[in-house]
Design a protein around this ligand. Sequence first.
Ligand SMILES: O=C(O)[C@H](O)[C@@H](O)[C@H](O)[C@H](O)COP(=O)(O)O
Length: 260
Amino acid sequence: MAAVHHPPNPPALHSFESVDLLVESLAAFVVKAQKEAIDKKGRFTIALSGGSLPKMLKGLINNPAVKWDLWQVFYADERVVPLDDPDSNHLLCTQELFSKVPIPKENIHTIDVSLFDDLEELSDAYEKELIREFAQKDAARFPVFDLILLGMGPDGHTASLFPNHPLLAEEDRWVAYIEDSPKPPPKRITLTYPVINHAARVAFVAAGAGKADMLSKVLDHPEEGLPSSRVRPAYPGQLYWFVDAPAAAKLELPPTEFKL
Ligand SMILES: O=C(O)[C@H](O)[C@@H](O)[C@H](O)[C@H](O)COP(=O)(O)O
């Protein structure tokens, strides 16, 4: 990545009056990111999270601009449970999105359930899956996702990067595992900061009044070092926040007008 000494771009905060507007704008944003990636490289690499995020992507369903066959989907984090377990992020994304759109199954990169007994092997295998997708094609030290979509938990966590956890200091691995997640289930794998912070675009999605206090901590007080505040994609990467008015209610950071 060029210009290593350039400071990260400031976050773009997009605040919407309603969740419907947020959903519509997020879909338009994803489609634009997809178009730019496909025009440049003929494919679109994206990482998804669980929580409320998959539902927020419903603006992509029946959207003729989405080129599903050119998407390569990874998970920003995944719980170590069978893929049909109610706790699985893959199951959630399948129920909310993939079962409703024509995406080829092989374009969705799930964790290897045969490796559940050994989390080291499991995360190594997912890292290899990323290497197969990125390393030969982009030849970079870290993969450069076209887009990573994240949620923010009530404690400020994102992906499976929890406050004060040693994983926050991981500098080498692309994928790491955690056995002591404070939020169940305890065993998970997660993309690490070097991967998240090398992405071309990272977008958080947060809606509802329940997010207001934590959002203000994360965006107005990044010096507190909460996991979501540590997401600062390296230049020229860009960080976006898609929030609704109740979530934004306590923010000092001024919003940026949403324009495509
Ligand atoms: O793995 C998990 O524990 C959840 O998926 C979690 O990381 C979620 O993404 C955030 O808590 C935001 O949740 P909401 O989007 O539902 O607010």
